[in-house]
Design a protein around this ligand. Structure first.
Ligand code: TYM
Length: 326
């Protein structure tokens, strides 16, 4: 039997190279050998303030990007979290198997709540909804970037706690990170992770960025002192650029180090920018076709909803029976 995987992305702006290298690249590689579920986690997106039209557009543009980067909707289940009400139902139940202290320790919560005296309950219980997203589908593995590791560990703890009390109910899933690129760093600050909500637009490359924007961002990217182009602990900026280069070119970091041995940063950056642009070209072409074909996107999400609901309901009914409500 194929192993099952589940993962998701928040529709909160354009997908960036960090999302692709940390998460989606693994999904594309695994889609043929696994039974795969990929979610657009729109209810997670509303844990921070969203504009109505923007959220609606972002959901559809993320669905188009999922397909454009190479996920085949006839093979994998692509769906929207809010289309499968079992997610919020199970999240409510799991709230009662999660301790306040566990949620207070979540670093993502601490970062997002920093300097904000009015954080919502939704932001606080965000990881419980994520646990529900995962556990409903009984996946063996959850392919994500490193920043989601703590959330998957919490999910495992909640699952074990429930299983211990009510007998085996949830599969306890393993987190899965890529060998390289589990944490892609910001281009303008190699000490912080690449993110769409990060300090500035120069920190990330969106998969929708135009060629001249990509070239400009790479040109402005921070490098390390010295002149050799190599990946090492004391060269975090160059290491990051080499991991990105490797992901878009298919060459290993070692091959790239050899290729640029004795070469200057200028040539390296120019060719890295060109490699990203070349890699993005077919993705953007497919994206533009899809985004204009709203009916096709709706049909993909509808089909995903139908498939996902069947699987999710089996787990939810089991849970509801065990706790005594049905
Ligand atoms: P999100 O939307 O922030 O990010 C989506 C995926 O991209 C990965 N990622 C990165 N990987 C490497 N380097 C980076 N700089 C980088 N930035 C982001 C993330 O690790 C993630 O895999 N809570 C999740 C969404 C979620 C989810 C789930 C994931 C909700 N339910 C169930 C898996 C399973 C999040 O906010 O990801």
């Amino acid at each position: 039997m194929k192993k099952r995987i589940l993962s998701g992305v928040q529709p909160t702006g354009a997908l960036h190279l960090g999302n692709y290298i940390g998460a989606l690249r693994q999904w594309v590689d695994l889609q043929h050998e696994t039974d795969a579920y990929f979610c657009i986690v729109d209810y997670h997106a509303i844990t921070v303030k969203q504009d109505t039209q923007e959220l609606y557009d972002n959901i559809h543009s993320l669905a188009a990007m999922y397909v454009a980067v190479g996920l085949d909707p006839s093979k994998v289940t692509l769906f929207k979290q809010s289309d499968v009400s079992a997610h919020t139902e199970l999240a409510w139940i799991l709230n009662n198997f999660t301790h306040m202290g566990e949620l207070q320790r979540m670093t993502q919560y601490k970062d997002k709540a920093k300097g904000n005296g009015k954080q919502t309950v939704g932001l606080f219980t965000y990881p419980v909804l994520m646990a529900a997203d995962i556990l409903l589908y009984q996946p063996h593995m959850v392919p994500v970037g490193e920043d989601q590791k703590q959330h998957v560990e919490l999910t495992r703890n909640i699952a074990q706690r429930f299983n211990n009390r009510f007998s085996e109910t949830f599969r306890v899933p393993d987190v899965m990170h890529p060998k390289d690129g589990a944490r892609i760093m910001s281009l303008d600050d190699p000490n912080t992770k690449m993110s769409k909500t990060g300090s500035s637009q120069w920190g990330y490359i969106a998969l929708s960025d135009a060629p001249d924007v990509v070239m400009k961002k790479i040109k402005k990217a921070v490098t390390d002192s010295g002149s050799t182009i190599e990946a090492s602990a004391d060269k975090p900026a160059l290491t990051n650029l080499l991991v990105i280069y490797s992901a878009v070119s298919g060459k290993t970091v070692g091959e790239l180090e050899e290729l640029y041995h004795g070469q200057g940063y200028g040539k390296f950056k120019k060719e890295l920018g060109e490699a990203i642009v070349t890699w993005l070209e077919p993705i953007q072409e497919r994206y533009h076709e899809l985004i204009q074909n709203y009916d096709e996107l709706q049909a993909i999400l509808k089909q995903g909803q139908e498939r996902a609901s069947v699987v999710a309901q089996v787990t939810l009914d089991d849970v509801k029976t065990k706790i005594g409500v049905i």
